[in-house]
Ligand binder design. Structure first.
Ligand SMILES: NC(=O)c1ccc[n+]([C@@H]2O[C@H](COP(=O)([O-])OP(=O)(O)OC[C@H]3O[C@@H](n4cnc5c(N)ncnc54)[C@H](OP(=O)(O)O)[C@@H]3O)[C@@H](O)[C@H]2O)c1
Length: 232
């Protein structure tokens, strides 16, 4: 079964000025690219850039964001969900500040990251594992969503498989886990602020997605939760 989401309805999570909009791919690149670019500019100007721990954290951040900014937007199919320019500008500003502050914190503000002792700290080890687990869940879930449409097709279907067995928005679940893992591994204020922002941004969106699926698909699996398996 395939259902189309009205253009105005698709903007309910962005309740702003719908009269000026950007195409989906363009807006993704413009919104996300400032994050890895700002991060790389600040990071590689530091004398600490090639110390082991900062380098691993830099790799984690750029690994995620180079994909999200320059590969993911070109994999989307049939998206009609255009974004208001105001939303794009807010995301542009947030991502620039986020990339800048995280790179600055890792290379300048966090002396604990400059010693190789941090490599064996439980926060770092658990954080890297949690980040990797979140990345796998996010990638697998996004891949399931992106395959739902054939080339040139629009509309919405019920996603199945992977973490969709339990959740309506497992891609958001994975994303939140990823940045909590990064915050654990980096143990800096900007990293925790980013994890918090990711949660406060994506949890309400997962509730709205969940409600939408339940309202539009009578056969929607009853056991599926919005964002937290078996609970929420
Ligand atoms: N760190 C953060 O704060 C943050 C913020 C936003 C997003 N992200 C990440 O960016 C990625 C994409 O986010 P998003 O909000 O754009 O995800 P989304 O709303 O789930 O949509 C992702 C793609 O799948 C399509 N799609 C969604 N549901 C579908 C369905 N039921 N049937 C067919 N196609 C469907 C969408 O098409 P339409 O565009 O036509 O709906 C879009 O192309 C996720 O991995 C998310 O975690 C992170």
């Amino acid at each position: 079964m395939q259902i189309t989401r009205a253009f105005s309805e698709s903007l309910t999570t962005y309740p702003m000025y719908t009269w000026t909009v950007l195409g989906a791919t363009t807006s993704w690149v413009l919104m996300e690219a400032p994050s890895p670019i700002a991060f790389a500019i600040v990071y590689f100007r530091s004398d600490n850039a090639f110390k082991p721990v900062p380098l691993i954290l830099c790799g984690m951040y750029l690994f995620h964001y180079v994909y999200r900014s320059f590969i993911y937007p070109f994999r989307m199919r049939g998206g009609h969900k255009r974004k208001p320019i105001v939303t794009g500008l807010v995301a542009f500003a947030f991502n620039t500040a986020n990339g800048w502050t995280n790179a600055f914190a890792i290379t300048v503000l966090a002396p604990h990251l400059l010693s190789t002792d941090w490599l064996t700290d439980p926060r770092f080890i658990i954080g890297v594992i949690v980040f990797a687990a979140g990345w796998i869940i996010n990638q697998q879930s996004d891949a399931i969503l992106l395959k739902l449409r054939k080339p040139g097709e629009g509309g919405y279907k019920i996603p199945e498989g992977g973490f969709y067995r339990w959740l309506s928005s497992p891609n958001y679940f994975g994303e939140i886990i990823e940045w909590v893992g990064f915050a654990l591994a980096a143990w800096t204020v900007p990293a925790w602020v980013f994890a918090w922002f990711t949660g406060t941004n994506l949890i309400p969106r997962s509730f709205s997605n969940h409600r939408w699926y339940r309202d539009h698909f009578s056969e929607y699996p009853k056991k599926r939760r919005a964002i937290l398996p078996f609970l929420l």
